[in-house]
Write a protein that binds this ligand. Structure first.
Ligand code: HEC
Length: 191
């Protein structure tokens, strides 16, 4: 059967060059070949915008690390709450995302989104939570307990009944993510 996309071989133009006396026909690429090429170009545009330009899709590395963070988060959420487990939570992406959300909903009014409170602007009600001076102690469990109980006389609400243990663990982890384990802690009096 004759292919219908090109004329008989001897009707094709002959290319001007000759190598070792051999000449070639100037053949048109077959349609199936061209359409495959066009389809791959269209696919490439879609693929590249999804993964590289707009970064809608997660890379496999990201998928794996999100999954690992989730597994670690499940393990930590049932772990005993102590300084070590709170520091671990502070390095876990799942906890941090949850803690950031808790902080942004409940704490920014007084401590600001930057967490820097009075350091950012003296009109702030709450103190800086990113520096190394603490009024009530800077160990993870001390921070956790303080958020739980609050300091009503000074204007820090009692969050225990409002947020519950899980969210307080998350927001403590988020505060700790602005700190380093073992950094010097200075205890200062409440202004
Ligand atoms: C209505 C204002 C207000 C809100 C809202 C608030 N805080 Fe406070 N926070 C304060 C004040 C005022 C202090 C200082 C207490 C003192 O002087 O003893 C404080 C202190 C703290 C401390 C102790 C800082 C230290 O140096 O020891 C932590 C931790 C803290 N807040 C976390 C939080 C978290 C987490 C939230 C949100 C769940 C929150 N705060 C919401 C006003 C607020």
């Amino acid at each position: 059967m004759k292919p219908n996309h090109s004329p008989e071989p001897d009707q094709d133009a002959i290319r001007p060059h000759a190598y070792d006396g051999i000449q070639e026909y100037d053949k048109r690429l077959p349609n199936w070949w061209l359409y495959t090429l066009y389809v791959t170009i269209v696919f490439w545009i879609g693929y590249w915008s999804y993964y590289e330009w707009f970064r809608i899709g997660q890379s496999t590395t990201q998928v794996v690390s999100t999954a690992m963070a989730k597994i670690e988060a499940d393990r930590l959420s049932t772990a005993k709450l102590d300084d070590a487990s709170l520091w671990k939570m502070s390095q876990n992406a799942t906890f941090l995302a949850a803690g950031k959300a808790v902080f942004e909903t409940n704490c920014v009014a007084c401590h600001f989104a930057s967490m820097r409170g009075k350091t950012e602007n003296p009109i702030a009600i709450g103190p800086d939570l990113t520096d190394t001076s603490w009024i009530h102690g800077g160990n993870p469990t001390q921070i956790y307990d303080l958020i739980m109980k609050g300091v009503l006389t000074k204007g820090m609400p009692t969050w225990g009944p409002v947020l519950g243990a899980k969210k307080i663990g998350e927001v403590t982890a988020y505060i700790l993510s602005k700190h380093k384990e073992g950094e010097p802690i200075v205890v200062v009096p409440s202004p």
